[in-house]
Design a protein around this ligand. Structure first.
Ligand code: NAD
Length: 257
């Protein structure tokens, strides 16, 4: 019960990393606010937590919408009396995201609004409530692409994750003496809807996998375990850091045959 009596809000909690984390955090004793644009997925996550005897609520939230972000934080206070863990995890990778020539401005703006501004809004409204609740842990989902360039471009996505990483560092420094820790989680390529719908042929999947020393995609549950470490007091002296959980992709020069 590493998160006993804690309240955790997870954006993008309706699928993938967010859902796996919501379920794991609840098993560790946290009360969960699931925020997502996907009502079906969000409600399914809540049902699963309740079926396991946990406490959870769903609030439909588009993280690029300022008023809705304010409302999701209010939901944590009105339902569970505070907030200790804020997992800014919602993100998109647009199918029409490409290089500087092919990427349209609307795709760029949408990606930045969700992936970057969404984290900013989460912190804007979440930090005062975390402070009021006595402190806590903020985890922002970045990505290994904040470190590596790819010849198969997704320029808006890559730039957005670099922004999440640098924003997380500065937030950590600003709030370090308020008992608020801020760290980034940077997953490698995962077998979730987000990447599998982008790599929609076996050839594209293999083209990516050749760069992963472990030779497989990561699982959402493997990211949830890393997020739990960052959320809990197990990481009590860790802030302004990045947890790269990437199958070794950022360590590889050449991979085994
Ligand atoms: P996913 O698509 O399974 O889940 C993402 C969730 O975010 C979905 O439930 C979706 O409905 C929600 N979402 C999308 N736009 C939203 C919005 N505007 N407001 C609220 N919720 C919204 O993907 P995932 O792999 O679990 O991705 C989670 C995070 O991990 C993302 O930030 C993603 O960029 C990051 N990430 C993923 C990979 C990967 O390979 N899958 C790698 C590195 C980083």
């Amino acid at each position: 019960m590493r998160l006993k009596d804690k309240v955790a809000l997870i954006t993008g909690g309706g699928n993938g990393i967010g859902r796996a984390s919501a379920i794991l955090f609840a098993k560790e004793g946290a009360k969960i606010v699931v925020a997502d644009v996907d009502e079906k997925g969000g409600n399914e996550t809540v049902e699963e937590i309740k079926n396991n005897g946990g406490e959870a609520v769903f609030i439909r939230t588009d993280v690029s919408n300022q008023a809705q972000c304010e409302a999701m934080i209010s939901a944590a206070e009105s339902n569970f009396g505070g907030l200790h863990i804020l997992f800014n995890n919602a993100g998109i990778m647009h199918n029409d995201d490409g290089n500087s020539q092919s990427t349209q401005v609307d795709v760029w703006d949408l990606t930045m609004n969700i992936n970057v501004k969404g984290v900013f809004f989460g912190c804007k409204y979440g930090i005062p409530l975390i402070r009021k609740s006595g402190g806590g842990s903020i985890i922002n989902t970045a990505s290994f692409v904040a470190h590596l360039g790819a010849a198969t471009p997704q320029l808006a996505y890559t730039a957005s994750k670099g922004a999440v990483l640098s924003m997380s560092r500065e937030l950590a420094v600003i709030h370090a003496r308020e008992n608020i820790r801020v760290n980034a989680l940077s997953p490698g390529p995962l077998r979730t809807e987000l990447l599998m719908s982008f790599l929609d042929t076996e050839e594209k999947k293999q083209r990516r996998l050749v760069h992963v020393p472990m030779g497989r995609f990561g699982e959402a549950e493997e990211m949830a375990k890393a997020a739990l470490f960052l959320a809990s007091d197990d990481s009590s002296y860790m802030t302004g850091n990045e947890f790269l959980v990437d199958g070794g992709i950022t360590a590889a020069y050449v991979t085994p045959e």
